[in-house]
Design a protein around this ligand. Sequence first.
Ligand SMILES: *[C@@H]1O[C@H](CO)[C@@H](O)[C@H](O)[C@H]1NC(C)=O
Length: 459
Amino acid sequence: MWRSSLNTVLCTTILLLTTTTTTSDANRQQKPAADSVRGASQGKSPAPVILAHRPMDSWAVTVGGESGNIEYLARKHGLTNRGQIGNLKGVYLFTAADSVPVSELSAAKTAALGEDQLVVFAEKQRVQVRERRSGYVQPQDPGWKKQWYLANSVGSPRQLDLNVEPVWMQGINGSGVVVGVVDDGLEWTHTDLIDNYDSSASYDFVWDDGDPSPDGNSEEPNSHGTSCAGEIAMSRDCSCGVGVAYGCSIGGLKIDFNLITDAMESNALGHENSYVDIYSSSWGPSDYGFSVEGPGTLLQQTLATGVREGRSGKGSIYVWAAGNGGKYFDSCAADGYVSSIYTIAVGSADQNGRPADYDEACAAKMAVTFSYNSATFPPSGESPDLTWRDVQYLIVYTSNIDILTVDDLATNGAGLKFSHHLGFGAIDAEALVTRARHWTNVPEQQTIQTLYHHQDKVG
Ligand SMILES: *[C@@H]1O[C@H](CO)[C@@H](O)[C@H](O)[C@H]1NC(C)=O
């Protein structure tokens, strides 16, 4: 079995957030109209021609008990059933046909759904503001020698790199691990990616088909997902350099940053939780210091279900870019994706070991990497099956803060050094893998709830 249990997943995703690539309102209007047919003009291989739905004219519908005939339920309300949303059992996405006038899609529809006996809960989707992180501002230096952040061969006395070469030398290159990049698409036909491309880990949630190729144009090339994937999984000996986990399988889970809804995010992050091991997300609510936002109703459940049931019960690994609104004094504590207990929030340090200038500080940040980057290390060997919680512990214990320049160094109750800018330090691939080989699983998550605050209501 190629995904052998010996190849236990230990992953670190490292995302350097160069700058926010914002999307102007002008770009929003230039996107193909939602009712257009998938364009052949993009020179893509023939894709199924499917009419896209309007993501905002859709409902998440929770169906109670015996679900009965979902198709019938949808039709009764003049909607189309698009299937279960991600990993959420009993929750379906109903969309309005493009022919339905928008005027008919009012709150009355939500109310009618909510009143239906079969329906437990219905929520109309709305378009959210989500922006890419780790933008692709500078052309990437071609060639392995320039990838100083992987292995610093330029003689820096402080060895500011991810220390990944020793891991490769142990024969660990990501093989057996499946990574899904949740982003604006994946140019999987690219020579550097095609060998590692995994269509089973891919889906286009914008057009509802299996091909995650980006819908780019000159205004908005949608190349962010492809560059993030390259940092993870570029094949060895290709033209551009080498991915940190050049042997892993990589898929694209395509979302549309101009028309994103809670349901679309949930579909992507709940996609094939038993197949995809690691979900890499380098986007989030706007980083201009004005928004305090987190995952919606559906995504909160999706993440909780993912860590409980994903990866054969060991828990899906959700890696998140910590945000790049540092210039605007944004705090990643105001970002519920970053501060979720289910995500591993990663920031970035610059070549001098200082927080990058766009860096945001918060307690949720677990570690940093150099340059923008995502890495996946599966230690093969005798290591136990690592749970999502083990991975978090390993990052905390093995990250190296001593090589960084830290202004806000503090020691926590467990005696570990940390910083709100740099987390527990820089990811050290070798230390991570070494520690993982002899790791004892930490106990399951315990949740303690108190009814105290709800006393009046509980009565
Ligand atoms: C990755 O490592 C595995 C196991 O050591 C090996 O079989 C495979 O050939 C390597 N992949 C690449 C692309 O070198």
